[in-house]
Design a protein around this ligand. Structure first.
Ligand code: ATP
Ligand code: MG
Length: 346
C-alpha cells in the first residue's frame, strides 16, 4: 500500500481534547473519528487493528469449542421484561420505538437473547454443555463516555455464554482456566502471584487498571424467569445454569496502545499479530532521484508474494518527518532506504 493513496489523516500534534495516550494516538494517527459523544467511525488503520484483534479472539474461542453465532444489535423489550431487567437496566439502555409502536432496544448485552435462543430448541441434558459466542456491537448510554473507544457508548465486544446441566458441571471453571492462559485482568482484581505462575511469560500482558475482559457466573438468574429448563436423567427438569464471558474487542485496541506506546519517543510498538502493517518501507526521495522508491516497490512485490503487508511512504516530505510519521503508524519493522552520493544503500 502506498502512503499517498492511504486514508491515514495524521495530525501534527496531539489533539488537546484527548487525556490519555491511547485516545491521543488514535486521533492523531487517524485510527478513529468521533461521530458523536462516545460513538466513533473506525478509519482504515484503526479498523485493521481491531479486525486483527477480533480474529485472534475468534480463533481462541473456536479452539476451546465455543460456537460462533451472530445475534442482532436491536432486541425486543419482551425478553427483557421476562428477565426483569427492562426496568432495572435504567438509563444505560437505549430504548427505541418502531413504527408499530413496539418497544425495542439497542442491546447493551445479550443474556436474554441467547437464553431465548437456547430455550426454543434445547430440551434435554443430553445436549449440554453448550458454549456459544458472538462478536457484535453493543450500546450503553454511559453517563460519562470518555477516553475515546476505551469507554465508548457504542463498542465492539465478544460475549460468550455457557449452558450447563448443574452448578458442579458449570463451564465457568474450565473457561476461567482457559482465560488465564491468555489474559490478565485489572490491577485491583488480579492476583500477581497466580498470574506469574499460571500465565506463560509470552502471554503476560498487564494493562494497568484497564479491564479488558469480564466473566460472570449466573446460575439460573436468567433461565429461571425465562423458563429455560432441560430434562434431567431421572425424568425431572431443572433450569439450565449459565455463565458469560466478555472481552472488549474495541477497548483492547486502546489497552494495547496504553501498554505499548512509547510516548517519550513517539513510537507505537504494535505486537506483530495486531499491527496495521507488518513492515514500513521508507525510501528517501529526491526530486530527480526516485531510485530508492523503485527499489521499495520491488521489495514490496516480493513481500506481497510472501503475504507480508507493507506500507510504502512514497511521499516527498522531508525524511525526518517521514520517519516520525511511520513511528506513529507503528509497523513493527521498518526498511529505511537512504540515497548516498555514490549509490543507493539500504
Ligand atoms: P465496566 O466496569 O468497565 O463498565 P462492565 O462490567 O460494564 O465494564 P461487561 O458488561 O463485563 O463490562 O463487558 C465486558 C467487556 O466489555 C468489559 O470487560 C470491557 O472490556 C468492555 N466494555 C464494557 N463497557 C465498555 C464501554 N463502555 N466501552 C468499551 N468497552 C466496554
Ligand atoms: Mg459498565
Amino acid at each position: 500500500m502506498l502512503l499517498s493513496n492511504s486514508f491515514i489523516p495524521i495530525l501534527k500534534n496531539n489533539p488537546s481534547e484527548a487525556k490519555i495516550k491511547s485516545h491521543q494516538l488514535m486521533l492523531r494517527v487517524g485510527m478513529i473519528k468521533q461521530a458523536s459523544a462516545g460513538i466513533y467511525s473506525w478509519l482504515p488503520l484503526g479498523f485493521k487493528v481491531m479486525k486483527k484483534i477480533e480474529d485472534i479472539v475468534r480463533q481462541e474461542q473456536n479452539k476451546i469449542g465455543a460456537q460462533e453465532i451472530l445475534m442482532p444489535t436491536i432486541q425486543s423489550s419482551e425478553i427483557w421484561k421476562e428477565s426483569g431487567r427492562y426496568d432495572d437496566y435504567g438509563e444505560e439502555m437505549l430504548r427505541i420505538t418502531d413504527r408499530q409502536n413496539r418497544e425495542m432496544l439497542y442491546g447493551p448485552t445479550n443474556e436474554e437473547q441467547v437464553t431465548e435462543i437456547f430455550r426454543s430448541s434445547i430440551k434435554s441434558y443430553k445436549s449440554l454443555p453448550q458454549l456459544m459466542y458472538h462478536i457484535q456491537w453493543k450500546f450503553r448510554d454511559e453517563i460519562r463516555p470518555r477516553f475515546g473507544i476505551m469507554r465508548g457508548r457504542e463498542f465492539y465486544m465478544k460475549d460468550a455464554y455457557s449452558f450447563d446441566v448443574s452448578d458442579e458441571e458449570a463451564s465457568l471453571e474450565s473457561m476461567r482456566k482457559k482465560y488465564e492462559q491468555f489474559y490478565a485482568v485489572t490491577d485491583e482484581k488480579f492476583n500477581k502471584e497466580e498470574f506469574e505462575k499460571i500465565v506463560s511469560k509470552e502471554n503476560q500482558l498487564i494493562t494497568k487498571g484497564i479491564e479488558v475482559g469480564h466473566i460472570f457466573y449466573f446460575g439460573d438468574k436468567y433461565s429461571k424467569p425465562m423458563g429455560a429448563s432441560v430434562d434431567l436423567p431421572g425424568g425431572k427438569k431443572d433450569f439450565v445454569k449459565m455463565g458469560s464471558y466478555g472481552i472488549g474487542v474495541s477497548r483492547l485496541v486502546g489497552a494495547i496502545i496504553e501498554a505499548k506506546y512509547d510516548d517519550k519517543n513517539e513510537i507505537m510498538k504494535w505486537p506483530l499479530s495486531v499491527a496495521p502493517y507488518d513492515i514500513a518501507l521508507i525510501p528517501m526521495i529526491n526530486k530527480n532521484d526516485t531510485s530508492a522508491l523503485d527499489k521499495a516497490n520491488n521489495i514490496n512485490i516480493e513481500l506481497i508474494k510472501n503475504n507480508i503487508d507493507a506500507i510504502i511512504d512514497d511521499t516527498d516530505e522531508n525524511f525526518s518527518s517521514k520517519i516520525k510519521k511511520m513511528n506513529l503508524i507503528g509497523a513493527p519493522y521498518q526498511i529505511i532506504e537512504i540515497i548516498t552520493k555514490q549509490k543507493n544503500s539500504i
